[in-house]
Write a protein that binds this ligand. Sequence first.
Ligand SMILES: *Cc1c(COP(=O)(O)O)cnc(C)c1O
Length: 414
Amino acid sequence: MFSFRTHNKIPEIIEQIEAGLANDFKVIDDIALFNQEKALRSFIDNKVALRHFSQTTGYGYDDIGRDTLNSVYAGVFKSDSAIVSSHILSGTHAISLVLFGLLRPGNKLLSISGQPYDTLKDVISGKGLGSLADFDISYDEVPLCEGNFDKPAIKEKILAERPQMVLIQRSRGYSLRNPLSCVQIRDICSFIKGLDERIIIFVDNCYGEFTEKEEPIEAGADVVAGSLIKNAGGGIAPNGGYIAGRGDLIDLINRRLTTPATGGEIGSNFGGYQYFYQGLFLAPHVVAQSLKGALLMGEAMKWAGYKVLPEEPSQCYDIIRSIEFDTEEELITFCRTIQSVSPVDSYVVPYPWDMPGYKNKVIMAAGCFVQGSSIELSCDAPVRPPYVAYCQGGLTYEHVKIAVIHCLQNLKKL
Ligand SMILES: *Cc1c(COP(=O)(O)O)cnc(C)c1O
């Protein structure tokens, strides 16, 4: 199968691309070192010990593993407090908890980074599904303008509609745009707080964690949420999500996660907490591996004649590369190639399929240790023109490199 060693010039091309990326790789290493220290610092400050890894049962009163894990996350994300839980079932669930935990009937949510992630559309406006709309919470959005926040339009909407919450999505989702940096987020946070300091700024942090030295809370956001089977779980967390932010907000969200009466006082974990701690500790390094892998994938596919986003390899505020194909067939070949070089389910052939929460058929390659984990090398694509695959993750750079070689072999436009 691994015939590339005898195959044409591809290894040589990869070597050239890697040489060209040397400076970008150095930047990523520097960020990883910074974030590794940040994570380590929080472990030390919270005196993490083996007893925190133990499983708990029932209500989980005085679950010291849970409480300490929350504090470690709060330390890393520079927030007052945090919720980290295996009871949060996905990124969409974490985001949904923030929305329902903080918004009340008659309130308004304003997205200022355009359409939110596909699975949030039903959460926001799905009729009869128990969506925000069903609870009389309204929604509006301002698209990005040439990759940045559209300040005049945001100002107009905020003054006219007085939203209680503003939503920012750091990563690109299934849109053809670049991720937003914390520099951009800082600038817009101070702009919004200048208009109305009561507005809660919520950042969907999925895929953004540890791609920069700062996180959105440091840049002025009030609350962030993300998935543990993406960046923050380091490829080790078996499931779960996290929410970090201002203490009063986290308290309300806890009362939604559990009940208004109990909040964060309850919640046991029968599986134990080791992998959540260990995953967070590994996350800065694993994110760096996948950032490097994404750069290599992007440059290689560019070389092969495809359009890639971000166009410039130095912009890496999420772990994704978007690759635009000319045909559905190429898109499917790409996804199948990724699947075929996965450590798990390599023999499975992915097909476009209707997935819960998605409007179009989606094809996904996810030969992962943790089902659907996208900090592991994976790709997914709504099957609609333009035919864009969103490729992300990679627990090791070497794995991504092998995948890139196979993709070039199967796809290079001749
Ligand atoms: C993945 C993702 C989500 C949803 O997370 P799931 O775990 O797939 O539910 C939300 N927002 C963004 C930006 C994402 O990348």
